[in-house]
Design a protein around this ligand. Structure first.
Ligand code: KG4
Ligand code: ZN
Length: 358
């Protein structure tokens, strides 16, 4: 089965072709970072308009790379939510229309399920069950994962997400957007410890996060004055260390609490090198394993959407008893495909633990 995946939830247009027999065959991506940079963050209306311009040329590119044509597609998967409503509507509208025109099923995918399953696309994929640490620009969540669609919340952020903490701290340091890679680059020339930033909720005893206090502490340090470039680098290193310390401690606690032996980390922040190193060390020390997506699949992309779509469609068309669609609004008996015929919808807010299991 060949599934075309379309991702347009935020500031990346991603289209990819995943084959259940042959794996990832084609991938095309356009980042809007340069367009949003001058505004210091994503401008939703500009994002939507740019997705409109990009989706079809990128789809053509992904198909060409795969050596396939539209007639070879067996299904279209698109991001249904969560994300920016207008941006989501572009991918959903094009995905559903394309599916309708081709007479193939369309399926709406939960963006975070895409991230969460993306490490399964790597050469050494994790087996279920595992603890998932989802760290993106808008989410910081720990989930107990026992199968596709079987996601139970263990912890969540009470305010800012980890990615947001990187982005906001970067802004305070006068760095560009997105802040994560900018902080990481500056931190490479600095050392943590010179500035003492808080590790929010490190000892809260639960699995929740809070990063808004960190931003306030960074603001205080910046206001006091950073004498030179080394001071800026040291502060960036401390920001990165503070966020990573909290993520590592809570992820380990989640593993302890669930008794699972595997940790899966996904979302944009999973590209962070310090986070990868510290989690690898900590899990190894405890005889546990950690899995990351391949670096090119950490940020938003079409491949994770195509892959999640393929998992759900396969379950629906194969021997699995459940409907493929992640969307509760689509009739279970209609399953995949009804989206193309009956219209489509998006879910800007959509809790991950409300998805049907396979
Ligand atoms: O998953 P993602 O690409 O988009 C969302 O779904 O939100 O995550 C974007 C977030 C941004 O906050 C960005 O600053 C952060 O991921 N990020 C990083 C790194 N690369 C991206 N944070 C820390 N270190 C990185 N290397
Ligand atoms: Zn994302």
């Amino acid at each position: 089965m060949n599934v075309l995946g379309i991702e347009t939830s935020c500031d990346e247009t991603g289209v990819a072709l995943y084959s259940t027999e042959r794996g990832l065959l084609g991938q095309a991506l356009h980042s809007q970072i340069a367009m949003h940079e001058r505004y210091g963050g994503v401008v939703p209306e500009l994002a939507s308009r740019d997705h409109v311009r990009r989706v079809l040329p990128l789809a053509r590119q992904a198909l060409e790379q795969a050596g396939l044509s539209l007639a070879d597609l067996d299904a279209i998967a698109y991001t249904e939510g969560p994300g920016l409503a207008g941006a989501l509507l572009v991918g959903a509208g094009i995905g559903a229309s394309l599916a309708f025109a081709l007479g193939v099923p369309a399926i709406g995918i939960h963006h975070l399920e895409g991230h969460l399953l993306s490490p399964l696309l790597s050469k050494d994929p994790p087996e279920f069950p595992f603890v998932a640490l989802l760290v993106s620009g808008g989410h910081t969540q720990l989930m107990d994962v026992t199968g596709v669609g079987r996601y139970a919340f263990l912890g969540d952020t009470l305010d800012d997400a980890a990615g947001e903490a990187f982005d906001k701290s970067a802004k305070l340091l006068g760095l560009g957007y997105p802040g994560g890679p900018a902080i990481a680059a500056l931190a490479a020339g600095g050392r943590p410890g010179r500035y003492a930033l808080p590790r929010p909720m490190l000892h809260s005893g639960d699995l929740d996060f809070s990063f808004s206090g960190l931003k306030t502490a960074v603001l205080t340090a910046v206001k006091r004055g950073l004498p030179d470039d080394q001071a800026r680098a040291d502060l960036a290193a401390e920001v990165e260390a503070a966020i990573v310390d909290v993520l590592v401690a809570k992820a380990l606690r989640a593993l302890e609490q669930t008794g699972h032996r595997r940790l899966v980390v996904a979302g944009g922040v999973s590209a962070n090198r310090r986070l990868r190193e510290k989690l690898a060390q900590a899990t190894e020390r405890n005889g546990l394993r950690v899995h990351f997506p391949e670096l090119h699949l950490c940020a938003d992309n079409g491949a994770m959407i195509a892959f999640a779509g393929a998992q759900r469609l396969q379950a629906a068309t194969g021997s699995g008893p459940t409907a493929a669609s992640t969307s509760a609004a689509l009739p279970a008996d209609g399953g995949a495909g009804s989206a193309a015929i009956d219209g489509f919808m998006v879910r800007p807010r959509w809790p991950l633990d409300s998805l049907p299991a396979l």
